[in-house]
Design a protein around this ligand. Structure first.
Ligand code: HPA
Length: 245
């Protein structure tokens, strides 16, 4: 069973991935964000896709999530780790902290968020009670424990529309809603993966305290510094995940 890795902001390329082939593919839903990169990581076949394109140029609300998931499945992928840079909504999620969310709330709007819209034989409702795959989450948690980084084994991911960051009041509302981290790309990606019956989970790296939590405004330079350090750890975590099974 091939692993797929969707790289988010800070992870347009996967260091340590031995490149085998780059495939420009098309799907019934249009073109994915970038060429699929087939390679070997820790001795295992993986397919890597840069969510925002390579170079990074597609904003969260313009990502063709349907084409991305479809292309990965057509490439033989059955299990996916989605890497997401996020803001920490909960004080227990400081910059540099990892989280493997076990639930989510979707605040996005106006995105193409289902394969089940037109030309249906029957109306289809997927079960999404638990939006993330238990087996992929377990693989991630085992890897996180092994690389000895600070992480939370649970959390609620708030998917916001972006591309702007949130207001302080919006972040307060997210906290009241029970969210722990906030990002702009977790949905509809997770739901589309479920519609395709793919095993999918999220590895989130907190890169900033969400709006209004710090005295200072959110600094892109500070985010980039956390991201650069964290993405080295992401590579080690992913290598462990794929080598384990
Ligand atoms: N909000 C939304 N998305 C994000 C953030 C944030 O604070 N940080 C990184 N992605």
């Amino acid at each position: 069973m091939n692993w797929g890795i969707i790289g988010g902001t800070g992870l347009n390329q996967l260091p340590g991935l031995e490149l085998l082939a780059r495939e420009e593919v098309s799907t019934p839903w249009g073109a994915p964000s970038a060429a699929l990169v087939r390679g070997r990581l820790a001795g295992r076949d993986v397919v890597f896709l840069a969510r925002h394109g390579e170079p990074h140029r597609i904003p969260p609300h313009r990502v063709n999530y349907r084409a991305n998931l479809w292309a990965l499945q057509a490439a033989g992928v059955r299990r996916i780790v989605a890497v997401n840079a996020v803001g920490g909504v909960d004080a227990a999620m400081p910059p540099g902290h990892f989280c493997v969310p076990d639930d989510l709330i979707d605040y996005t709007w106006g995105r193409e968020m289902t394969y089940f819209a037109d030309d249906l034989e029957a109306v289809t409702h997927i079960d999404f009670t638990q939006p993330y795959s238990t087996s992929v989450r377990t693989a991630l948690l085992d890897a996180l424990a092994a690389v000895k980084v600070a992480y939370s084994a649970q959390g609620v991911y708030a998917a916001t529309q972006g591309p702007r960051l949130e207001t302080a009041a919006e972040v307060r509302r997210l906290r009241q809603d029970g969210c722990h981290i906030v990002g702009m790309t977790g949905m509809p990606e997770a739901a589309l993966a479920r519609e395709l019956d793919l095993e999918y989970a999220c590895l989130a790296l907190v890169v900033n305290a969400a709006a209004g939590m710090d005295e200072q405004p959110i600094s892109m330079a500070a985010i980039e510094a956390v991201m650069a350090a964290g993405m080295d750890q992401v590579r080690d975590i992913l290598a462990r995940v794929v080598s384990a099974g």
